[in-house]
Design a protein around this ligand. Structure first.
Ligand code: 5GP
Ligand code: ZN
Length: 114
């Protein structure tokens, strides 16, 4: 989608540090990390947020979740634990309106979240 930051990252119009890429999914480092590991996993198809998950076909949605799990395992987060977050809408602090899952690890996290 025109004027979407993450579509530009997907199309390589904007540089990012890519961790994993397939036809449907991109995982890249967050530019402003809030943990020693802070990645963003996005579908290549533009949807605004998880509220629109039905706009992905079920295979793409499952691939996105599987990539999150596999990426966490590949970088050794599965043993220590990790957090997956998708902020949705303004009250949750969503700042980029292209569905993205934050993958955070290598530190302890508080619950409930702020
Ligand atoms: P949100 O606030 O929507 O949950 O998350 C958006 C995330 O995108 C933020 O954590 C922010 O640091 C990250 N971000 C914003 N601009 C860029 C960018 O140009 N490159 C990368 N890699 N991450 C970005
Ligand atoms: Zn987009």
């Amino acid at each position: 989608m025109k004027d979407c930051l993450f579509c530009k990252i997907i199309n390589k119009e904007i540089k990012s540090e890519i961790i994993y890429e397939s036809d449907n999914v991109l995982v890249f480092k967050d530019i402003n990390p809030h943990a020693p590991v802070h990645l963003l996993a996005v579908p290549k198809k533009h949807i605004n947020s998880i509220a629109e998950i039905d706009k992905l076909d079920s295979k793409q949605a499952l691939e996105l979740l599987s990539v999150i799990a596999k990426t966490a395992k590949d970088i050794g987060l599965d043993k220590s634990g990790f957090r997956v977050v998708t902020n949705t809408g303004s009250s949750a602090g969503q700042s980029v309106n292209h569905l993205h899952f934050h993958i955070l690890g290598k530190r302890n996290f508080k619950w409930p979240p702020g």
